[in-house]
Design a protein around this ligand. Structure first.
Ligand code: FPP
Length: 228
């Protein structure tokens, strides 16, 4: 969800206004994803590197996340959205942690769409966390060293049980992954859109899905028509 700051700057507004408008785009995108039958939608809401931003911007991002959960959780639950949160939890304030856990536990059994909120998330961090979890199990004898393979690592990531993303969309014209789902993105398709996140809407999502539908996914093999 890149480009909030530039959206605000282009209008002579403080960066925080771009983030506020960005939350509107989040609401529209979650609704549209459900309507389009997307089963898993992951939003990169706050990275483990975002703490380096100016204090007032960090405070505003945390405030917006809290408001989003407080105001929208009941509606998300009614619409059958299951919320999962990925990212480090150990250094979060108790109020944020409480809200994230409440969102997960209230919506645990919903089945229409899973909204994965990547918060305080960094992919390298996540892989290191998974390795620590596995190492603890090896040291307690619960897991044998020889049993550590890609599937085992997968099962110890924050995203355990969530399928790898088919499509990753980045807005604002930047052509980077920026420490997002590095392990899970091994075979993902990428769509980079020039629009800034606050301008992202149902039509932009439909456009990205149409682009995705035109791709041929081979997972290291060859196209089915070439094989026959
Ligand atoms: C990147 O734009 C965006 C972020 C770092 C935060 C995204 C957060 C939201 C849209 C709001 C909160 C999220 C939820 C789920 C309620 P940028 O600030 O890096 O933009 P720039 O590159 O133009 O400066």
């Amino acid at each position: 969800m890149d480009g909030n700051g530039r959206w605000a700057k282009a209008r002579g507004l403080p960066r925080t206004m771009g983030h506020r408008r960005g939350v509107e785009a989040v609401r529209e995108t979650v609704r549209a994803a459900g309507d389009f039958g997307i089963e898993y939608l992951t939003l990169f809401a706050f990275s483990s590197e975002n703490w380096r931003r100016p204090r007032e911007e960090v405070d505003e991002l945390l405030r917006l996340l809290k408001i989003f959960i407080r105001r929208d959780l009941a509606d998300l639950h009614k619409e059958g959205v299951r919320v999962r949160v990925i990212g480090a939890r150990d250094n979060l304030s108790p109020d944020i942690l409480g809200l994230l856990e409440e969102a997960e536990s209230l919506t645990r059994n919903n089945q229409r769409t899973t909204l994965v909120i990547a918060f305080n998330y960094g992919a390298r961090d996540e892989v290191a966390r998974a390795v620590r979890r596995i190492a603890a199990k090896i040291s307690s004898g619960e897991v044998a060293i020889d049993a550590v393979d890609a599937e085992c690592l997968d099962a110890h990531l924050d995203t355990a049980g969530i399928p790898d993303p088919d499509l990753i969309i980045r807005t604002s014209g930047e052509l980077r992954l920026s420490n997002f789902l590095l392990w899970q993105a091994a075979y993902s398709e990428f769509v980079f859109l020039p629009c800034l996140w606050p301008d992202f809407d149902r039509d932009a999502l439909a456009q990205a899905l149409a682009e995705y539908a035109s791709r041929s996914r081979r997972y290291g093999g060859i196209a089915r028509e070439a094989a026959s």
